[in-house]
Design a protein. Structure first.
Length: 294
């Protein structure tokens, strides 16, 4: 009896740190033959016990399969690992965290060596990998043909979102979202600092905070609409003039509570600058233009 079940596509994974190991395990669990390499061989031993083939060198790992995924420390590590590898005819998917400029340079570098290139921005932490209900996904940008060809394989560890042909767009989307996250963390930190020394239970305050942030998050859609139309006054309810007038209370309260305003003052100062330039009937969208100086 012949087994006609389709064989899952083989691939190579360079880097078996926390994220690389999670990726490898997801592919192995789905039946994909995986060849792995790590600069420290001992870190790949657990994956060998789970069915992965461990290559002695990165060049050997690259030679094993057409699809090569890199998940290393940084961009320099990618260049060092692949220095002796033959990339001609390979599809290099770089999931190493980097900048848009590094992604574009690495794409040109890979192209000169005969490889198609995809850059990736992982919007997940290792425990989310391989769990289809976790909400984790990966941005990809670069070769549209390579993405379409390997889409099913790439979708095994986490969802896929193609960000465009510009190799730098995956990293740009990644960093833009992370930057927004840290802005949110700054607000959360300041809010908890304000109540820290009062008889207010943090665990009781937290649901109020998350509900408020959830209610405010759709403001991103209005900002996007303003930027697209160029009209920063359309549909504005709380004008910049009103908001700036209210910031004095924020700062005074921080002073009364003995809390540094350093997480708030940079943004508040930009709001004041925009107001001083005569844009009091807008909302805060104009601050984007103050930040985007080029």
């Amino acid at each position: 009896m012949t087994d006609n079940a389709p064989v899952s596509a083989p691939l190579t994974l360079l880097g078996t740190g926390a994220m690389g190991t999670a990726l490898a395990r997801a592919w192995l669990a789905a039946g994909h033959p995986v060849t792995v390499w790590n600069r420290t061989p001992a870190r790949a031993e657990a994956l060998a016990a789970e069915g992965a083939t461990v290559a002695r060198t990165a060049a050997e790992a690259v030679a094993a399969n057409r699809l090569v995924v890199a998940c290393l420390l940084d961009d320099a590590s990618v260049g060092e690992a692949l220095e002796e590898a033959v990339l001609s005819g390979r599809d290099l998917v770089n999931l190493t965290t980097g900048t848009p400029a590094q992604a574009r340079a690495r794409a040109a570098w890979a192209g000169a060596r005969g490889a198609r290139y995809l850059d990736g921005g992982i919007m997940a932490v290792p425990p989310m990998i391989g769990d289809p209900d976790s909400g984790g996904y990966v941005f990809y940008s670069g070769s549209a043909q390579a993405f379409e060809e390997h889409r099913d394989t790439l979708a095994v560890p986490a969802g896929t979102r193609y960000a465009g042909k510009d190799p730098g767009f995956a990293a740009l989307h990644d960093v833009a979202l992370l930057s927004a996250m840290y802005g949110m963390f700054a607000g959360i930190t300041h809010a908890f600092a304000l109540i820290r020394r009062e008889d207010i239970a943090p665990e009781e305050f937290a649901p109020l905070l998350t509900d408020w942030l959830t209610a405010m998050a759709p403001a991103a859609h209005q900002t996007a609409a303003h930027l697209a139309s160029g009209d920063y006054t359309q549909g504005v309810v709380s004008t910049l003039a009103m908001q700036v007038a209210g910031t004095a209370t924020l700062l005074r309260t921080a002073e009364e509570q003995g809390v540094s305003p350093q997480l708030l003052t940079p943004f508040l100062e930009l709001m004041r600058r925009r107001l001083a330039a005569g844009h009091g009937d807008e909302d805060t969208t104009g601050v984007v233009d103050l930040l985007a100086t080029r």
